[in-house]
Design a binder for this molecule. Structure first.
Ligand code: ADP
Length: 256
């Protein structure tokens, strides 16, 4: 009957509403867990260098450096640990800005060539340390985006291609338009990424080789920031890599 039909409809709608609420609660719980895990990781990542700095300071205080050279080594390590902490704080600030200020991001017309050249210029000293050649092939394109975010994206991909390269290695950067997309390709001849880590490198704090990452001033946050920026523009990121041969990151961002 008509009434029966109505009741059924109400029951059905109520059930669907309950499902939506259940799903939302699950999502909130999940986000809370992710946040909690993030803070645990951050505290751990900050405590480690602090402990290490304290250790070296105590050694110096107690005149435990056998000679000038050792003293210099301790001071160098203190400087390095402090730099790593600064990198971490910068990346955390970047994540926080990305998460909370998305509505305030200013989008302008950006010319890609000068932007990529600026990023490369700032990374040249790091590349020179290992005699790494950077080759760029960039079409003269303009995109509507945020300047800071685009610099961050390119900086993270290109600095990784340098950091995880081999001595005398190469970094090849291609930026071009294809259909309605801008494609950024950053390819290197470095150490490569093992199959089982390919999906995980985009997770916060995941590193294939923690020692190497730390030595190079890495935080384990760079690629998660890249992914966040790519998602913001409705784009995609793809990784191809062969262990011992190199890696290739391809970012596609829709124009408009
Ligand atoms: P990190 O600050 O450690 O470089 P990222 O989030 O940028 O953090 O990268 C995560 C991990 O992915 C790195 O620690 C490294 O192990 C691996 N990785 C990233 N880019 C490359 C690359 N071009 N070649 C080889 N390994 C890479």
């Amino acid at each position: 009957t008509y009434e029966y039909y109505e009741l059924n409809l109400i029951a059905d709608t109520t059930k669907r509403m309950a499902d939506v609420v259940k799903e939302s609660l699950k999502k909130i719980e999940f986000e809370k867990m992710v946040r909690q895990e993030f803070f645990t990781n951050v505290s751990h990542e900050l405590k480690t260098p602090i402990t290490s700095i304290r250790g070296y300071v105590e050694l110096l205080e107690n005149d435990m450096a056998a000679n000038e050279e050792m003293k210099k080594e301790f001071l160098y390590r203190i400087k390095k640990e402090a730099q790593n902490m600064a990198n971490l704080i910068n990346d955390i600030l970047m994540i926080s800005r990305l998460e909370t200020k998305e509505a305030e991001v200013t989008i302008k017309d950006i010319r890609i060539t000068p932007l990529v050249n600026e990023v490369i210029a700032s990374l040249k000293p790091m590349a020179a340390q290992n005699n790494i050649t950077i080759e760029v092939n960039c079409q003269p394109l303009t995109i509507k985006a945020n300047d800071g975010q685009m610099k961050e994206l390119l900086n993270n991909l290109i600095s990784n291609a340098i950091k995880y390269n081999k001595p005398n290695g190469k970094v090849n950067i291609i930026i071009k338009k294809e259909g309605n997309e801008v494609i950024f390709i950053v390819e290197d001849t470095g150490v490569g990424i093992p199959e089982e880590s390919k999906a995980r490198v985009f997770e916060r704090f995941y590193r294939v080789d923690k020692g190497r990452s730390k030595k190079m001033g890495g935080t384990g946050l760079g690629l998660s920031i890249v992914k966040h920026i790519v998602n913001y523009y409705g784009g995609t990121i793809q990784l191809e890599s062969e262990l011992g041969k190199g890696s290739k990151f391809t970012v596609r961002i829709p124009l408009s």
